[in-house]
Design a protein around this ligand. Structure first.
Ligand SMILES: Cc1ncc(COP(=O)(O)O)c(C=O)c1O
Length: 283
């Protein structure tokens, strides 16, 4: 696979970073993950705005212009993809190369940019039949709104869930469910959708925000208020939202069966509206 690294398009095995890149030493950088439908980037503007915001919050002085689209198009062509391929586009920007020090370098920095475009199919079993997830302690830092490359707490939580036989973990902070390890989470009770507000405790998901728009357009009431673990046994439906999985139904959390243990009706309705939107705008 041909990838992009600091101005060059190279075979991935030849794409090396300087060992003093602050992304490598200190996880000092931000990233975005984009979904491609029929050769077009889904919600480019929203991803670009969030990417810029992450960089600004990390105080990385860099203004994103048209490079997301440009690098994407070049990787698409150089890897001979076609519109039929189900693709995921990843891009990260680090503060750049400097001798290791917590303090930001004083000199002007050239950021480090890495991007790849790979095949990634949606997990149809999870999409159609739902997943079982478990709760995990949310021991991340208090700036989960920044999409930064430091993801070890998310990796640990995901692995903990997998090791216990679950598909994923739901982070719990002070009894409140915040989000998944790489997804947001929504709950349905009496036809109303509840999800954690877009605070510092969650990443404001592009998919989450799109699903909330779908709800508003389809008269599904939305309350941005967090679900607590003690209420889980009384909810009707739950689902994860994220770039790759779109809307993934949840049928069990820890040992609690959600609704009747099958994919809920509102969840299915929203999956349908999501697909309608894609059919209209991308195909
Ligand atoms: C922690 C976290 N929450 C939520 C999301 C979902 O965001 P999006 O819908 O923009 O993919 C992600 C995506 O990577 C994530 O890492």
């Amino acid at each position: 696979m041909i990838v992009y690294i600091n101005g060059k398009y190279l075979e991935e095995d030849n794409a090396n970073v300087n060992a003093n890149d602050r992304g490598y030493l200190l996880a000092d950088g931000a990233y975005e993950g984009f979904r491609i439908y029929n050769g077009k980037i889904f919600k480019l503007k929203e991803h670009k705005n969030r990417f810029q915001r992450s960089l600004d919050e990390l105080k990385i002085s860099y203004t994103i212009e048209n490079e997301i689209q440009e690098i994407y198009e070049n990787l698409f062509a150089k890897n001979n993809y076609t519109n039929k391929d189900e693709l995921f586009f990843y891009m990260q920007i680090t503060r750049g190369v400097a001798p290791r020090d917590h303090a930001f370098p004083k000199q002007e920095m050239t950021v480090g940019v890495y991007a790849f475009l790979s095949q990634k199919k949606i997990n149809l079993d999870a999409y159609n039949n739902g997943v079982k997830v478990c709760t995990v302690p949310d021991n991340r830092w208090a700036r989960c709104d920044i999409k930064c490359i430091s993801l070890i707490a998310n990796c640990l939580a995901k692995q903990t869930a997998l090791d216990k036989g679950f598909a994923d973990g739901l982070f719990v902070h002070d009894g409140v469910i915040t989000e998944g390890t790489a997804t947001n989470v929504c709950f349905i009770k009496d036809g109303v959708l509840y999800t954690h507000g877009a605070t510092n405790r969650i990443l404001s998901g592009v998919t989450r925000n799109f699903v909330l728009d779908l709800c508003r357009e389809n008269d599904i009431k939305v309350i941005e208020f967090p679900m607590t673990v003690d209420k889980l046994s009384s909810i009707d439906e739950a689902f994860l939202t994220g770039t790759t999985g779109e809307i993934t139904p949840i049928i069990q959390i820890d040992d609690i069966s959600i609704g009747n243990g099958e994919v809920g009706v509102v969840t299915k309705e929203l999956q349908g509206k999501y697909r309608e939107y894609l059919d209209t705008h991308f195909y």
